[in-house]
Write a protein that binds this ligand. Structure first.
Ligand code: HEC
Ligand code: HEC
Length: 214
């Protein structure tokens, strides 16, 4: 399905979506039908540019959905929003969709996708040397017990999506505000990735995408 038709179908479904607060099983199924067109059945996305949600940490997913929702209807982030410790995220599609989700529905969707089995699509290229990921593993080591639950797992994520997010996160939030409609910033990430070359970004993304996920 073409991206434009997926967006169109999503918009039709969202427009038809009238319930706001309840979280009955039927409503959750209805919401899943909106998500599936882009994030795939059980949270494995077809497009490399769209994130897999399967097996991602529950609290991280819920936080991202709340971040998207917070930024909706506010085309111009305020100064204090750009420096907020919690990070900022805006995306034309996701911010629109999340305005229709209640807190309870966000929690349900995060729980659902987190409990699905993740699957890596990238094969490890033995010819590629392991990039310098030690500084990243300080936070992204996939170990459930030692890290904050709002730090995402990177292993098994789509490679092109990871590359995109690294570029998005490293442009300062204020610059992005000057540039256009998508935005992502997080105070813990910006300085960790600023120095990376395009080659390093590609090899790091490849490394994480090919890593076996949980
Ligand atoms: C029309 C396509 C589309 C639909 C429909 C859609 N998404 Fe997304 N979603 C995306 C894209 C593209 C991104 C990446 C956004 C970015 O680049 O910041 C994304 C990002 C996300 C993220 C952040 C994931 C991460 O790893 O940081 C979550 C969570 C998410 N979507 C959940 C949902 C849920 C739940 C639904 C259904 C209610 C949904 N999406 C419907 C396209 C879609
Ligand atoms: C001090 C902790 C910390 C370190 C070190 C760190 N990160 Fe992160 N990273 C985070 C947090 C927190 C987020 C979630 C940001 C948000 O909430 O939007 C994140 C998000 C990301 C994302 C987006 C993932 C997604 O699913 O959307 C990528 C990609 C990423 N980091 C790559 C890296 C790389 C590459 C390195 C090493 C060069 C690194 N990070 C080092 C804390 C860290």
């Amino acid at each position: 399905m073409k991206i434009t038709s997926r967006i169109l179908i999503s918009i039709i479904l969202i427009t038809a979506w009238f319930s706001v607060n309840a979280t009955s099983a039927a409503e959750i199924d209805y919401i899943k039908a909106v998500c599936v067109s882009c994030h795939g059945a059980n949270g494995i996305a077809k497009s490399e540019l769209t994130p897999n949600l399967a097996g991602q940490r529950e609290k991280y997913l819920a936080k991202q959905l709340r971040d998207f929702r917070k930024s909706a209807n506010r085309p111009t982030p305020q100064k204090e929003e750009l420096t907020d410790i919690g990070g900022k995220r805006r995306h034309p599609i996701m911010s629109t969709i999340t305005t229709r989700l209640s807190d309870g529905q966000i929690e349900e969707m995060a729980r659902y996708y987190s409990s699905q089995a993740c699957r890596s699509k990238t094969k490890l290229d033995q010819a590629k040397s392991i990039p310098k990921v030690t500084p990243c593993l300080a936070c992204h080591d996939e170990n459930e017990t030692t890290h904050e639950p709002w730090v995402p797992r990177l292993s098994g994520q789509n490679k092109l999506y990871l590359i995109n997010q690294i570029y998005a996160l490293r442009i300062s939030a204020e610059q992005k505000y000057a540039q256009g409609s998508s935005l992502r910033s997080h105070p813990l990430m910006e300085d960790k990735i600023k120095h990376l070359s395009a080659f390093e970004i590609e090899t790091i993304a490849h490394y994480f995408a090919a890593r076996k996920c949980r």
